[in-house]
Design a binder for this molecule. Sequence first.
Ligand SMILES: Nc1ncnc2c1ncn2[C@@H]1O[C@H](COP(=O)(O)OP(=O)(O)OP(=O)(O)O)[C@@H](O)[C@H]1O
Ligand SMILES: [Mg+2]
Length: 361
Amino acid sequence: MSSILRQHAEDLYAQELEEIRKQDDEKKPTNWKLSPQAVVLYLVGGKLKNGFEVSPKYIGSKRLMEIAVATLTTDRALLLYGLPGTAKSWVSEHLAAAISGDSTLIIQGTAGTGEEAVRYGWNYAKLLAEGPSEKALVETPVMRAMKDGKIARIEELTRIGADVQDTLITILSEKTLPVPELNTEIQAVKGFNIIATANNRDKGVNELSSALKRRFNTVILPVPDSIDEEIDIVRRRVESFEKVMELPAEKPALQEIRRIVTIFRELRSGVTLDGKTKIKIPTGTLSTAEAISVVNNGLAMAAYFGDGQIKAADLAAGILGAVVKDPVQDKIVWQEYLETVVKPRDEWKDVYRACRDLPSM
Ligand SMILES: Nc1ncnc2c1ncn2[C@@H]1O[C@H](COP(=O)(O)OP(=O)(O)OP(=O)(O)O)[C@@H](O)[C@H]1O
Ligand SMILES: [Mg+2]
């Protein structure tokens, strides 16, 4: 097993990608490693003709993945949009891995992301010594993607200031990147495109300018439809985490995952699953990604400070941490949920007790 803490998708799933490639007899767009159909198969999983099982990466609508992949074959870029923790970054990474065999051409958008991080920068020592030259130029991931005909990824696009966002307009509409200092330009090679992600919940984000909006096709990734789908997502992600972290714990019982996901879905929607009891909604988002972390945390607690089998007591602190983001408001919401929903459920007595016993309650 690799000692790298987090492998890139194209390395971690190298075998799957290779098996798919061998069976892929559909037409590939120029510089794509796989055909669009094969990329979707890689994303949603399935069985190959030779019986090889491809694991699902994205769990949810196959149609959405088809729309995303189809977009990338056109002259428009792809924007994955949605609530936090709906697999936007995850899908973006796997798309880049499957299409270009490289998910590393990435720009992390922040309020401090400047133009030189998107277009190109300069190595100032060289610039001062030799003046502007090809060698003094510092390429960005976008520039490299244009040269190599690959997918560039921009994370959290709407965190980037509007003026810097707009530097993408020429790149996306003209598919060129002018370098006036060298009196030249970079022309994108076929296969180049951009996948951006953005979420609509975080504070301090900028609007996407309308000029830029017109150059992106937006695919909205939804919160998982059904509880079973969400349980499936959490289970699969937790199992792979367990493997990577080499935790000496047993697989969490499906029942524990079901309880966590139930709590998350009820608090998220403001009503119990049976539709009978209304509850208050906490300020945080309670995404699937957080449900995954709660279970991962529980596993670590069980492995190192419990008996190796995940129990309510191992999960309680994680649940509290995920739900109570605002120490005053959310605490009231959580206490009310504990008393009116958790306490009356006979088979949830252990959850109720574990949560009540927490030092911070
Ligand atoms: N539908 C889904 N299918 C597969 N995995 C999912 C799904 N929804 C969430 N996940 C898992 O949730 C985790 C978090 O996803 P990711 O980081 O991509 O979220 P995000 O949408 O980029 O969130 P943010 O807006 O906070 O950046 C990933 O490990 C991913 O596997
Ligand atoms: Mg993300």
